[in-house]
Design a protein around this ligand. Sequence first.
Ligand SMILES: Cc1cc2nc3c(=O)[nH]c(=O)nc-3n(C[C@H](O)[C@H](O)[C@H](O)COP(=O)(O)OP(=O)(O)OC[C@H]3O[C@@H](n4cnc5c(N)ncnc54)[C@H](O)[C@@H]3O)c2cc1C
Length: 474
Amino acid sequence: MSDAYDLVVIGGGPGGYVAAIRAAQLGLKTAIVEKRGALGGTCLNVGCIPSKALLQSSHHFEFAGHEFAHHGIKTTGLTLDLKTMMGRKDKVVQELTQGIEFLMKKNKIDYILGEGLITAPGEVAVKPAKKGDKKQVLKTENIIIATGSDVTPLSGVKIDEKRIVSSTGALELKGVPQTLVVVGAGVIGLELGSVWGRLGAKVTVVEFLDHILPGMDAEVSKQMQRILAKQGIEFKLSSKVTAAKASKAGVTLSIEAVSAEKGGGKKETLKADVVLVAIGRRPYTEGLGLDKAGVEMDDHGFIKIDEDFQTNVEGIFAIGDVIGGAMLAHKAEDEGVVAVEIMAGQSGHINYDAIPGVVYTWPEVANLGKTEEQLKEAGVDYRVGKFPFTANSRARCNADADGFVKILADATTDAVLGCHIIGPEAGDLIQEVAVAMELSASAEDIARISHGHPGLSEAVKEAALGVDGRAIHI
Ligand SMILES: Cc1cc2nc3c(=O)[nH]c(=O)nc-3n(C[C@H](O)[C@H](O)[C@H](O)COP(=O)(O)OP(=O)(O)OC[C@H]3O[C@@H](n4cnc5c(N)ncnc54)[C@H](O)[C@@H]3O)c2cc1C
């Protein structure tokens, strides 16, 4: 193996491996350094993929137990085989991570298993992950840092990944806890809370803010809370966890009300078999040698970059979770592609306003572009088109009619500014609006497109018609 590269990527997550493939396509001699022992990063190993595998399995279990009967399908003796469910999840992860390894080979990218340390611009030392392997020093024109993120710890609460778990431990529980407390009502907390709730746990979500899904459109967050509460999830909002004590019998959490008006300072304790800490993720740069290399970070530890994804040190670039913004796999991938294209002398651009975010609960939640609150704050004159799934024939056929599609458009130009969906397949439905936004389309453009009937996507068309007060089926 030659050790002179055009590009060395540190971190084999969706940002890193996609950047490496694009670089190889552009003819750059590329290596990727990953210390985990498998490619795919957080997303494939302990994030998007295992969580979605369990969401799918637990959704089937929930449906078989509670929904089939409405369709005239009777089940008796329904039981959970958690070991098989977990085994299936592990197999999906293994097959997909091996698939990435195959893609590295196919694109002639050197996959180097070990921990990368930037010793100087143009130089990466790799501490081997396998005992007995030799330390290597890679010379390279450019370096991309794609080292991602890690779980944000909660002061006073020690994660042991058994009783008090992070998302990683919550994907590996050996049994269904009778009671689960989720700290944090963000995407990860609600997804994993849903998994274990569907499998039989009594789930309570404790959230510091007075609403769930921070950053989402307020109407969405309110309705989603109602829907999840109907599914049996209990919420304790405006509450903070101050301490946790784990024992063999379970965990005792100390909780304090946050706001003075709502009895601020009021203390209580909560007992749970398992506690999931899901209060967010923070950039991961440990052991990379950034201080020595002189790479600047902001106050939160995110690597600072310019519009070309280059850090303050020439030839050192950064992408993905480690640079902040939306911590999403597809955002990391897009940045990987654009960073490499710019590096190779092409022009590249990302429209951060058209990056969808999806919560894979049931119903799903999807958001894109601006929320109503953001438009109000920015003083933008906008119009709203909203259509409920109760009026969509396909959703009624499917007995899956919770939620709505909401489209926000500029009051003068009719340009689509945002879209917020709660509903079946919301994560796929929103993609049509992402295309519209990327092409600077108007709500009228979406409304004039023929949508197959009876289809869930007709709700998107109706919401677009609704922007002009012309929805047909309501
Ligand atoms: C439970 C959960 C569910 C999620 N679900 C979704 C979802 O449904 N959709 C979505 O878009 N996003 C989801 N995410 C977020 C998504 O996983 C991240 O946004 C994405 O993985 C970021 O990609 P990345 O390439 O920036 O970093 P990562 O995927 O974090 O990859 C970084 C890699 O770098 C490696 N590394 C770090 N330092 C070094 C070093 N010095 N040398 C060598 N290797 C190193 C790490 O081992 C890691 O494998 C989820 C996250 C979690 C935790």
